[in-house]
Design a protein around this ligand. Sequence first.
Ligand code: ZN
Ligand code: ZN
Ligand code: ZN
Length: 383
Amino acid sequence: MSSVEKGYIITHDPVKGKCLVATKFYEPDDLIFDEEPFVSCQFSWNNLYGYRACNHCLCPLESISENITRLTNAMITEVPFEDHCPVNNLVQNFVQCESCKVWYCSRKCLETAYNRYHQLLCRPDGNDPLHDLEELWRTMHYPPESHNIMLLCRLLATIELSPSPQQANQTVSNFCHRTENENEKLVHKMLGEKFIEQIEQLRFGVLKSMSVRESSQWLTPSGFKSLLALIGTNGQGVGTSIFQQWSNRCKKNLSSDEMLLFDNFVENAYEVMEQVVGIDYLDNEGSALFQEHSSINHSCYPNAASVFDGNHVLKLIAVRAIEPGDEINTSYMAPCELDHSRHTRQKYLRENYVFTCQCIKCELQSNDPDITTDDDSEMEDGN
Ligand SMILES: [Zn+2]
Ligand SMILES: [Zn+2]
Ligand SMILES: [Zn+2]
């Protein structure tokens, strides 16, 4: 398919770098494209705490009652409307890696994972440098998680196993377009000052865990920082918990009487879960890198949004009319954060993504005083 048929092209701007530009007209709600991740991985703490998800596509493998039983430490074991749990019909397809015993939702996911990266990362033995590396990462990165060092290992393994490692390296280079100085800032922001000394430890951990030939350029001190900065800024949260999926189905299908029972149950279950495991453990997600999505720049007045279809397919949807020649933008902030003052938005974007926003909204507000929005603290680093 040519880029023109696709309805968009990727161009280069001297200031912004890559830009996604429309080549045709889009109405609000039109699909611009959808995309599977280049690489994705469940968060480390979620995995440790027993969220069973497909090791490749992150679709949940535990039923709603297993999920709630686990998160409430068996204080709740009976769940109403269980027939709306999507996992129940899929259990017969679940399959394990024969060697390391990780689970997949289907043979297709198992084979895709094995061929793309898993054969280099399959570790039957728990006493292994790769497990040590993950443990080190967990000590540096407490929930709520936003990145995982295993995503970086999968990325390296994908390059190693690619039929054309040179092209795979080029793809990753296209992702990593920042200067060394910008990478340095991003890594500091991501890990926090207290862990900055441990970057070299992480790098040695990766070197010890896997043999790299084709991807060795990423394991020099500066190559490694650019990969860390990449997963820090371009890593998209993926995966939807079984609790969320089950709730969505119930809301669509239940009668209003049933909804009363449902709401009561959910409210109570949340309270118990919060006491037992804490709210930070309630999302079973992971993070992923998307090639085409990575060329979309931020705007505080976006004309498109990324939404999930299933667990890890990301769709780009128009939210306003888009004319041919318009740049297609999404927002890197939560919707409510877009209402914050220009000063607050720009500070957030500079610190987390190292750029100064020059979107139309920021331009229009360029004479606003530099006031900080009150609930600013929430926008400070979440890690
Ligand atoms: Zn799967
Ligand atoms: Zn395995
Ligand atoms: Zn802006």
